[in-house]
Design a protein around this ligand. Structure first.
Ligand SMILES: [Zn+2]
Ligand SMILES: [Zn+2]
Length: 138
């Protein structure tokens, strides 16, 4: 798949969801799709600002807020002070390593509840913390 083709696909993806596909939004979406590391605004800014000097943290923050409202990304509050973003919105649990700080996807069955005790469920999150297998080997 050529770079132009994939950009057209991303453009279509955003348009289908009623989002104006600006250059910055496309670049942020592309980054989220290709980096399943649950990046923060800071992570995305550091990775993209070298090539896109016009990109600001505010633009990234506003874009992610928009993506969140359209259900394109999940916001993870596994860190105390920083929101992480996940392009994979299929139900899955997260494991945070307290040594290296990575947040990993783990396959663990989540209860797929539509409602509980009369409340409507919109999101289910499960956060696990510990030491990842790589850090255990060190
Ligand atoms: Zn680790
Ligand atoms: Zn995830």
């Amino acid at each position: 798949m050529g770079e132009e083709t994939s950009m057209n696909k991303l453009r279509e993806y955003l348009e289908k969801r009623g989002i104006q596909p600006s250059f910055h939004r496309l670049k942020i979406l592309e980054y989220l799709m290709t980096h399943r590391t649950h990046p923060t605004v800071e992570n995305i800014y550091r990775a993209l600002s070298k090539d896109i000097p016009t990109l600001s943290k505010t633009t990234i923050y506003n874009t992610l807020k928009l993506f969140l409202s359209k259900g394109i990304v999940w916001g993870l509050t596994i860190d105390e002070n920083e929101m992480r973003y996940d392009f994979n919105t299929e139900p899955h649990a997260h494991f945070k390593c307290v040594k290296c700080g990575r947040v990993l996807d783990v396959s663990l069955e989540l209860p797929l509840l539509e409602s509980i005790e009369g409340h409507k469920v919109m999101e289910t999150h499960l956060y696990l913390k510990g030491i990842c297998k790589d850090c255990l080997k060190r």
